[in-house]
Design a protein around this ligand. Structure first.
Ligand SMILES: Cc1cc2nc3c(=O)[nH]c(=O)nc-3n(C[C@H](O)[C@H](O)[C@H](O)COP(=O)(O)O)c2cc1C
Length: 221
């Protein structure tokens, strides 16, 4: 698989089979991903990989918590600005429409949306997950480094025939994650990532992208 194929076939998969992900594959992917770039080579990512019984326990506790309507843990960062100005608000609405219509859920069926969202904390059935933390003293450039690192992981997973779903949703139950991975106090959970083999029976709508001219300006010949 070349890099273009890896980029184009990566998507946020929300339906995994229970086929286990071999430990040596995860080792290989994460060893290679360590070559992701970061400003001054700080390598600010702190990753916890969770599989097997500890992941099963974490999913169970998280799903029970969310299903019971337990309030989210106190936020350590805002996932989005309170008001999303143009064009971001419209892009978010389009995403929501596509995500839920692929599941046959209508816009005003709040309960069905909630049920679908709960899949996040079951890792959409995935047998492996990682949790990406960063030191709370680091700043925005280092958070950007995390993005480069996580995309590197996701592309390498494609090369191994695996899929993934990055999930900020895990930050909403960060204390439950912390009980499972026991991070030092100085770390903040940015996101989780479900990892596994795709369940081909789960339907989805491929997300679109803005026309190139909306996001890229070429200057010069
Ligand atoms: C940092 C980050 C956090 C995300 N959090 C979630 C999440 O909590 N739950 C989810 O289902 N998808 C999540 N996504 C997936 C996005 O919705 C998805 O990447 C976007 O809609 C584009 O679709 P695609 O990845 O399938 O191309 C997240 C993606 C990123 C990059």
């Amino acid at each position: 698989m070349n890099v273009y194929e890896a980029v184009q076939s990566r998507r946020a998969v929300r339906g995994f089979s229970d086929e286990p992900v071999p430990g040596d594959v995860l080792q290989r992917v994460l060893s290679a991903a360590a070559w992701a770039p970061s400003g001054s080579n700080l390598q600010p990512w702190r990753i916890y990989v969770v599989t097997g019984a500890p992941l099963a326990r974490l999913k169970k506790v998280a799903v029970e918590r969310v299903s019971a309507g337990d309030p989210w843990d106190e936020r350590e960062f805002e996932m989005y600005p309170a008001a999303l100005k143009a064009p971001y608000g419209a892009r978010r609405s389009t995403f929501g429409r596509e995500r839920y219509s692929s599941l046959g859920i209508t816009r005003d069926d709040w309960e069905a949306r909630q049920r679908a969202a709960i899949g996040n904390w079951d890792c959409f059935g995935a047998p492996a997950a990682l949790f990406c933390y960063i030191d709370r003293d680091l700043g925005r450039p280092q958070w950007a480094d995390l993005g480069m690192y996580l995309q590197t992981v996701m592309l390498l997973l494609r090369a191994e025939g695996l899929h993934s779903c990055p999930q900020m949703a895990w930050s909403q139950v960060r204390e439950t994650v912390a009980e499972a991975v026991l991070p030092p106090e100085d770390l903040i959970l940015f996101c989780g990532m479900s990892i596994g083999y795709e369940d081909p029976d789960v339907t989805f709508i491929r997300t679109g992208r803005a026309p190139l001219a909306e996001t890229v300006t070429f200057i010069g010949d």
